[in-house]
Design a protein around this ligand. Sequence first.
Ligand code: ATP
Ligand code: FE
Length: 355
Amino acid sequence: LTFLGLESSCDDTAAAVVRVSDTGREVLASVVSGQTELHAPFGGVVPEIAARAHAEKLDLCVEEALAKAGLALSDLDGIAVTAGPGLIGGVMSGVMCAKGLAAGSGLPLIGVNHLAGHALTPRLTDGLDYPYLMLLVSGGHCQFLIASGPENFTRLGGTIDDAPGEAFDKVAKLLALPQPGGPSVEAEARKGDPRAIALPRPLLDRPGCDMSFSGLKTAVLRARDQIIAEHGGLPKARRADLCAAFQASVSDVLAEKSRRALREYLTQAPAHPALAVAGGVAANKAIRGALETVCAEMSVAFLAPPLALCTDNAAMIAYAGIERYQGGGRDGMDLVARPRWPLDQNARALLGSGK
Ligand code: ATP
Ligand code: FE
C-alpha cells in the first residue's frame, strides 16, 4: 500500500509518501516546510499567518513529495491527512487539500489524529510490536500512552500545565539564550554543574504519571533574579549552572515518571516490552540517557526514531493512515477538522496534554 500523507496542524507544512509492503515499511519521500521565519517577528505562532501559509504551501509540498517518490497520484492507494488536534485554520487547510485530491483522483480519504501519527512512528521506523509504551515529549505535548492498536491508546498521565519543550523555550528566553530553547539550553548545560543550584522536582512526591513543568520555569526565574541581585548581573558560569540544574530536573522527572509508567505497562506482560519516545525534546542527550538507563534497569527496549521523524512530519501521518485503512477505517467528504481530539477517548479530554 502506498499513501500520500499531509500535515499542517502547527507551524510545519508537510507532505510525504510512504509504502508498506510484505518486505517492510519505506518512506519514499518526506517534505517538510517550516514557517519559523514567518512567525519570528511575533514571538510565537500566529494562527492566521500559519493557516494562510499552509494553504499556499500544501500543493507545492504534495508536488515535491510525489516528484521525489517518482509517483503520480494514480500510483497511490490512499490519501491520509491530519484532521486534528491542532490550530484549526491549519488543520482545515490540510483537510480541504486532501479532500480535493481525493475527489479528483477517486482515492480513499483517511483522517488521522496527529498524536496517533507521533505514537505510531516507532512502528514505521522499527516495526515495533503492540503493545508498547510511548512517551510523547515535544513543544506542545507531554504524555505517556500505551499503544495497543492504531486507534487503541491508553493514556497513563501527562503534564498538567506546560510541555517540557515549552519550558526549555521559556527558560532560554529568561536566560537570553537563542530560540528554540532546547538545543541552546542543552549546549549551556554541558558547561555547568547541575548540583550548583537546587531546583524542585515537581510532582515526584505524588503518585502516578502526571507531570508539571511550569513551576520549574518559575523556580529558574527566581534563581536567576537571586543571582542577579548577588552579582549585579548573570555571570556566564552561573547561567550554565542554571541550565544544567534545569535540565537535570526535567530529566529526573521524566525518568522517574517513565519508571512508574513502565511498571504499569509491564503488568500487561507485553511479549516485547519497549519504551519509545517521540517529539523534539527526545533530541536532548541528557534526557535520552536518563530514559535509556531506566529502560536498561527494567529490561525494556528503548527506541528513539531519527529526529526528522520525531518532530512534525507527514510520513508519520501517511503511515498512521495506512494502519487505519488496513483496519477498515475510511472517511468521506464530511471529514471535519478537530481542534481538540484526545487519543484516549476515556481519558479526561485534554486535561494535562499541554497546549
Ligand atoms: P507539537 O509537535 O507537540 O505540536 P512542536 O512542534 O513545538 O509541538 P517539536 O517540533 O516536536 O514540537 O519539538 C520542538 C520542541 O522541542 C521545542 O520546544 C524545542 O525547544 C524542543 N527541543 C528541541 N531540541 C531539544 C533539545 N536538544 N533539548 C530539549 N528540548 C529540545
Ligand atoms: Fe507534533
